[in-house]
Unconditional design. Structure first.
Length: 189
C-alpha cells in the first residue's frame, strides 16, 4: 500500500449500515460495498487494500468470508466490524483489527488509517531487511577497497539510510497496539 488512495471493501448485510460506512470513507478512499458474504467474495481481488467485515451475515458469515479471502491469497488488511463481542474464538482468526458496533465515524477512519500504517511499516521493514541482507553479504565477501570503489554499493547504502529514515517516520505513526501487531507479524513470517 502506498500513499495513493486505498481501496476499502465494506461488507455488511445491513445495507443502511454498509452505505453509511461507505459514505464516511468515500472522501478519502475508493470504496466498494457488499451486502453479504457471497457478494463480498465476488468483489474481493488484489486491488482491495482493506476489508471491513461484519461477522454475522445470513448467507456466509464474516468468519467464513475472512477465511476464504485468506485462502485465495488476497493480501488485504482486515478489520472485523461487528456487534459480536470478542471471545476466545478470535485468537486463531486472521484479521488485523476488531471493532465492536456501534462504531463512530472517527473510530472507523482511524482503524482504516491504522491498517494503512501497519501495511506501510510491514513493506518498508521487509525491504529494509532485504537490502540489509544484501549489504551484509557484500561486506562479508568484498574488501573495504572494493566496497569503497563500488557505485552500486554506495547506492545500496544510501537507499538503506533513506529507508531507515522512512521507517523511523512510520514507526512514529504507529501506536503501541499497531507496533505490537507489526512485530508479531514479523515473528510469524
Amino acid at each position: 500500500m502506498s500513499e495513493e488512495r486505498l481501496t476499502v471493501l465494506v461488507i455488511d448485510d445491513e445495507p443502511d449500515l454498509a452505505d453509511l460506512y461507505a459514505a464516511w470513507l468515500s472522501d478519502d478512499y475508493d470504496v466498494r460495498t457488499a451486502y453479504g458474504g457471497e457478494e463480498a467474495l465476488e468483489q474481493a481481488d488484489d486491488a482491495v487494500d482493506v476489508a471491513l467485515i461484519d461477522r454475522l451475515m445470513p448467507d456466509l458469515s464474516g468468519d467464513e468470508v475472512l477465511e476464504r479471502i485468506r485462502e485465495q491469497g488476497y493480501n488485504c488488511r482486515v478489520a472485523m466490524v461487528t456487534a459480536v463481542e470478542p471471545d476466545f474464538d478470535i485468537i486463531d482468526m486472521g484479521f488485523d483489527n476488531y471493532l465492536v458496533k456501534p462504531i463512530r465515524r472517527e473510530d472507523l477512519i482511524e482503524a482504516v488509517e491504522s491498517l494503512r500504517t501497519r501495511s506501510t511499516y510491514d513493506s518498508q521493514l521487509r525491504e529494509y531487511f532485504s537490502l540489509a541482507s544484501k549489504r551484509a553479504a557484500l561486506e562479508s565477501q568484498k574488501s573495504d577497497r572494493e566496497l569503497a570503489d563500488s557505485e552500486a554499493y554506495a547506492e545500496l547504502t544510501a537507499e538503506l539510510d533513506d529507508l531507515s529514515d522512512q521507517l523511523d517516520e512510520t514507526t512514529a505513526e504507529l501506536d503501541a497496539d499497531d507496533f505490537e501487531v507489526a512485530m508479531r507479524q514479523l515473528d510469524d513470517s
